[in-house]
Design a protein around this ligand. Structure first.
Ligand code: AMP
Length: 193
């Protein structure tokens, strides 16, 4: 499973969908699945830029993962976002496949200035300056430490410069993805056939 990590506005979702189409992967976005719950209480938390409770996020994510025959072909976007979520996912994948499912982590490096500029154009309800700042803080404090969590568990970690055109950024990800495919253990690659 490929994990996309980056602050809101880094381009994870656009790039995740493009990579998924190019390589017949399944793109799963935690934010999108949470919005689809249509739960007003969930919306309230999201509007403040805070993290939705791990119990709820885990339930929503595991429910969708249960429907996927193959965890290796998934790009997971926006999940896990905290150590607690990562530990729950580790437990889920240990039970399901006897190992950690996340073996490739793509970190989008984008400056805070660029994020503010992009999100002011996007204009989603949760894109006010205060909420963006809040999400950036939560990203640094809760989510970035997960990069080490997965590196320690043997995942390949790559940092991608997220600044540039869609095509330029996709080329960078593609090249890292091809390197990852080339070094992927045979058992994981075989599972695709
Ligand atoms: P996103 O679409 O990734 O920008 O997420 C939008 C909002 O959904 C976030 O600001 C959070 O409020 C919530 N959210 C998304 N993913 C998670 C997660 N893994 N854990 C908790 N809350 C999340």
């Amino acid at each position: 499973m490929i994990m996309f990590v980056g602050p809101a506005g880094a381009g994870k979702s656009v790039q995740g969908q493009l990579l998924a189409v190019c390589h017949q992967l399944t793109w799963l976005s935690a934010g999108k699945l949470l919005r689809e719950t249509n739960d007003p209480q969930v919306y309230e938390v999201m509007a403040r830029g805070e993290l939705v409770s791990p119990a709820l996020v885990n339930r929503v994510i595991f429910h969708h993962l249960d429907d996927q025959p193959e965890l290796d072909n998934i790009i997971i976007d926006g999940y896990p976002r905290s150590l607690e979520q990562a530990q729950a996912l580790s437990e889920y994948s240990q039970q399901r496949m006897g190992r950690e499912c996340i073996d490739f982590v793509v970190v989008f490096d984008v400056t805070a200035d660029e994020i503010f500029q992009r999100l002011s154009l996007r204009g989603r309800l949760d894109d006010t300056r205060e909420v963006i700042e809040h999400r950036l803080e939560s990203y640094k404090a809760d989510t970035l430490p997960l990069v080490n969590y997965y590196a320690e568990r043997g995942a390949k970690v790559v940092h991608i410069n997220g600044i540039g055109s869609r095509g330029e950024v996709l080329d960078r990800i593609e090249s890292a993805y091809n390197d990852y495919r080339a070094m992927r253990p045979a058992e994981a690659a075989d599972a695709n056939h």
